[in-house]
Design a protein around this ligand. Structure first.
Ligand code: FAD
Length: 516
């Protein structure tokens, strides 16, 4: 691997300084200077998980150091219109990590390896390259030090730089904050090709700009993530609700409890009151790999077409194992779920965090991992969520989306408003994630229909004047972006001018155009 790294490094930065290797400033001169007989096949950088956008870059490069990236960005800045996109693991769904005719950086190749950092006292953190997968961070931290970060995404095949450019949300966020709120320090290569180390106390404007900044202000080459002792075990619980009112009432109560009385994880999803639907119906409720299926006799006769499942987790260590039953019972007791429709399993912490890996395996087998994914993620104020349930879950989506429909509350006070990411105004807002998996046989019409349905849902939220934001947004026009960021748009534009004045970075977000 060291040999390969050296080879890659020589190719990307040949014979001294590639900046002086370019014979002129035309785009072709610049590309030739990078042309490092090198060139990795560009095709993989032309698509993403969404499977709906295809844009060929001119070069797909494998930087191994932050300095490589800085040089590529400085070279691009000399050209008339070359852009640079960091590609994490390409799990965007709308071409956000692409650069048509530009340069895509394969962040998965970036070093140096993950490293433990002692921060004084008992505090520790981990320094990770921007292209590390969260699964790698988890395995490394737990295996080598029995420690782990506190905030996750559901699926860990995403890169640190990719989720920190968006938010990074899962069931821990109501209590610990999203991933962007759990970063001690970043190293960033700005659009001027400068390497900067920043934190909340040093170059803080760049630090907060980059967090949730959609890759607009710099390439995150390293992140320092605080660690805590990793829990050993997790009591993983799912309970079913007949009405949205009871579901949302209990979920909001749970996420506003004091830490001493709170679960460690709160999520949930809507599902179809339907035996026959294998991807959105009853069968999606029981925790995988436990005995005991879904007993339909327990569903109250007056239930509607949509039911709700609250997903909870309690961390514990082996020495607390004899108390976990009682703890869970006491915490579940006040909840208004349907008695008899509860499911629980005890799994290791790592197994719990890697749980969506199983979904990936199943989707790969079914062929739906490789088909298009017209996903829609929304953040919707608690004051609007009951109306959303009535109009969207119960009407527009009454037949499901061919995959999970997550809906669970988060707390605004756990997000630092200095970060770039846009969230609703109210203290409690919901993540709604419509994770559509299109069957291989469904064809283009099904994809178009799903995209149109997403538009209809967003239009509905707008027409009702909801306090909401699209999470991992995809807009085409400046007006839409200005609307998305609201009163923070002026700051977003000013930060762009400050850190990437020629608009070289992350063109696939279609927010700014490359200045000539
Ligand atoms: P990419 O798609 O490669 O990049 C995303 C954007 O970030 C692009 O604009 C890119 O240029 C930019 N970028 C990438 N790396 C860097 C970097 N180092 N520095 C600066 N900019 C960079 N999100 C959640 O919050 N919670 C979830 O539970 C969750 N689950 C998911 C499950 C699946 C199966 C999928 C496909 C997505 C999920 N997401 C989730 C969404 C995910 O957070 C985003 O799609 C994220 O952008 C993907 O990360 P990536 O590493 O593949 O980034």
């Amino acid at each position: 691997i060291a040999y390969l790294d050296q080879q890659q490094r020589r190719r990307l930065v040949p014979d001294g300084d590639v900046e002086h290797g370019a014979s002129g400033n035309s785009d072709q001169d610049i590309l030739r200077a990078l042309d490092v007989d090198a060139a990795v096949d560009v095709a993989p950088a032309a698509g993403d998980f969404g499977g709906m956008a295809f844009v060929l870059p001119a070069r797909y490069l494998r930087p191994s150091t932050a300095e490589d990236i800085a040089r590529v960005v400085r070279l691009a800045a000399r050209s008339s219109c070359l852009t640079v996109a960091a590609r994490g693991n390409g799990h965007s769904v709308g071409g956000q990590a692409m650069a048509g005719g530009g340069i895509v950086l394969d962040m998965r190749c970036l070093g140096p390896p993950v490293k433990l950092v002692l921060c004084g006292g008992a505090a520790a953190a981990v320094d990770v390259p921007g292209g590390a997968l969260w699964a790698e961070v988890l395995n490394w931290s737990v295996r080598n030090h029995g420690m782990a970060p506190v905030s996750w995404t559901d699926y860990l095949g995403l890169t640190v730089g990719g989720t920190l450019s968006n938010g990074g949300i899962s069931g821990q966020a109501f209590r610990r904050g999203p991933q962007v709120a759990n970063v001690a320090e970043l190293e960033v290569v700005t659009g001027a090709g400068e390497r900067c180390v920043c934190s909340s106390s040093s170059s803080s404007d760049l630090f907060f700009a980059a967090l949730g900044g959609l890759g607009q202000f710099g390439v995150i080459t390293r992140a320092r993530i605080p660690l805590v002792p990793a829990p050993k075990m997790v009591r993983w619980i799912r309970v079913v609700y007949r009405t949205f009112e009871e579901y949302a009432g209990d979920a909001e109560w749970l996420v506003t409890r004091p830490d001493s009385a709170a679960f460690d994880y709160v999520e949930g999803f809507a599902f179809l009151n339907d035996a026959a639907d294998p991807v959105s119906g009853w069968s999606t409720v029981p925790i995988p790999a436990i005995t005991g299926g879904f007993d339909p006799d327990k569903i109250p006769a007056d239930s509607g077409p949509i039911l709700y499942c609250l997903e909870l987790a309690l961390h514990y260590d082996h020495r607390e194992a004899d108390q976990v039953d009682e703890r869970a019972e006491v915490m579940l007791q006040p909840l208004r779920y349907v008695r008899g429709l509860e499911f629980a399993a005890d799994v290791s912490y790592v197994e719990f965090l890697l749980r969506v890996g199983r979904v990936e395996e199943e989707a790969r087998e079914a062929g739906t991992w490789a088909t298009p994914h017209p996903w829609l993620n929304l953040l919707i104020s608690s004051s609007d969520i009951a109306d959303f349930d009535r109009a969207v879950f119960k009407r527009i989506l009454r037949r499901g989306v061919g995959g999970p429909m997550l809906v669970y509350p988060l707390r605004r006070s756990k997000w630092d408003t200095r970060m770039s990411v846009a969230v609703p105004e109210s203290e409690v807002f919901y993540l709604v994630a419509l994770l559509r998996f299109v069957p291989p046989c469904a064809g283009e019409a099904a994809v178009k229909e799903a995209v149109a349905q997403n538009r209809e849902i967003v239009r509905y939220c707008e027409s009702k004047g909801y306090d909401f934001k699209v999470y991992i947004p995809r807009y085409e026009s400046e007006g839409e972006w200005a609307w998305h960021f609201g009163r923070d748009w002026a700051l977003f534009v000013e930060r762009k001018r400050r850190y990437d004045p020629a608009a070289i970075l992350a063109p696939g977000q279609t927010i700014f155009s490359r200045a000539r």
